[in-house]
Design a protein around this ligand. Sequence first.
Ligand code: SF4
Length: 73
Amino acid sequence: MGYKHVYGPVPSRRLGKSLGVSPIPSKTCNYSCVYCQLGRTDHMTNVRQDFYDPQGILNELTLCVKIKKAKKA
Ligand code: SF4
C-alpha cells in the first residue's frame, strides 16, 4: 500500500526502527540548500500553514501502524 505522508520503517539509532511522517509537500521549504537530498526547492515559503488535513495524516499513520502490527503477528 502506498502512503502519502508515512514512510519507513527507517533505521533509528535511538529506537531501532521508526516511522517517518511528512506533513508538508516535497520540495517545500524556507531554504534551498545546495546539498538537499530532495533537489532544488520549488516552493519556497516561510508562512505557517496546514498543507494537509492533520486528521487525514493521523488516520494514515494509525492505519499504517495497524497494518504493520498485523504483519508482525
Ligand atoms: S536540506 Fe532541503 S529540506 Fe533541509 S532545510 Fe535545506 S532545502 Fe530544506
